[in-house]
Ligand binder design. Sequence first.
Ligand SMILES: [Zn+2]
Length: 215
Amino acid sequence: MRHSILRNILRGASALLIAAAVLVPALAVGARSASAAASVPVSGRSSFDDVASEAEAFRAELALNQEDVKAAPDDGEYFPHLWPVRFSESGYVSSEFGNRLDPVTEEKTEFHAGIDLADKPNSKIYAAAAGTVTEAEDYGGYGLTILIDHGNGYETRYSHCSNLLVSEGDTVVQGQIIATMGATGRATGVHCDFRVYLDGTAIDPMTVLDPPERG
Ligand SMILES: [Zn+2]
């Protein structure tokens, strides 16, 4: 969601640059002909060349700006926006990011630093973005866990897996199957606890993920 907003802002900026590329040379022509009329005649040829080179400069700047849009990290394969599971008809988000209520006392208890994605046992788990596997091991209460460093301040973590299909040091592409869903560690049911870290701090994965995929 956040990255589509950014994309729209960048699109808006491109539109402004296009408008500027059209308007500024036009204004320059207007200003030049006004001053030419008031004082010494200016060669039409050289003022045309000036305007043409200004337009060329704007066009070059616009092209650079479009490169920036393409290279925006939010759109890249290293940005963790891919859903780490493809929900079957019985899959769902069983716990969201933030404070959760104790089911008995209904009081706020622990802070949940990720989202829980519940589905059938051994459902495939996909790398949300490309990167390097920095941990692939049994993490006590979190069970079999994968941590991927995306090299841009983002890391993603996948816990309670039934099987780990990559090893520490492996490079993975976005969408690569890295594990299968289980209930290892402290888990009441089959699910993947999915976390996103930005510069070491857990953020709400829903702020970076695309809409969920099914099937
Ligand atoms: Zn969880």
